[in-house]
Design a protein around this ligand. Sequence first.
Ligand SMILES: [Zn+2]
Ligand SMILES: [Zn+2]
Length: 259
Amino acid sequence: MRSTALQLIYIENKVRPETPKSALTMANTLTNRKKRAKDILDGLNFRYLPDEKDETLEALGYYRGFSCPFGHQIRDKKNHWCYHCVRRIQGNICGLDINYLHNIYQQDAREVLSLIEVGKPNECWPIRLEDDSYREYKTPKRINFPSYRTGQMDRRTDKVGIHKAIYTFTWGDVGSMRVSRRCRNKWCGNPLHMCSSWNRADVLKDFHYLDLELNPKKLLLMAKRHRHNLPIEDLIALSYRPTIASPQSVDISQKYNGE
Ligand SMILES: [Zn+2]
Ligand SMILES: [Zn+2]
């Protein structure tokens, strides 16, 4: 009989009976999971930015481009995903406060929301397009929504899939990358049922924050933000401090960078 690596492991386990087998398996599973997470991130080519100087962006393949719904501007040169949104997604953070969206996106986001029947976090949220003949199509029709391309176009909005639009203003802006549904329901508009390659495997059960009502106080804060150039995240953190730390403090990407 040939001695294989597997047999050797078996023998080694036998001569050390004091090692609980379950603990070994658990350790291996953990290592594998960590390795898989690292492999995925490497494949997606996330580069951690030590600072946001122009030459650093250039050297690491980023550019300053069209604002995302959260007011970030640093994007990947190849796939145009927003650097800070990707860090938010990797931190498994999803939330929406209609008042705290960049003004370029506010009106369109409200129009998209008017097409969705908002339900509980664990339910599918039906997409109801005014014209039911859209149902003939396999998936909901593309809608007008700003995108990374808008900066280079004459028009204010681009044609974007409705799921991509919803994902963009709840999870973040993934540029030209795909957004799919975990629930496989083409007519579901629940952001928690959507994912991109940047999402983690563990499903988020609830939103970190959710406010779909226009609020004059918050809108005033947003107007002030413009004048003082405050990051939208700071306003979100201010309103939701009990439920959410600043997304910037969630740092998974850094752990995998430069290892
Ligand atoms: Zn962003
Ligand atoms: Zn669903």
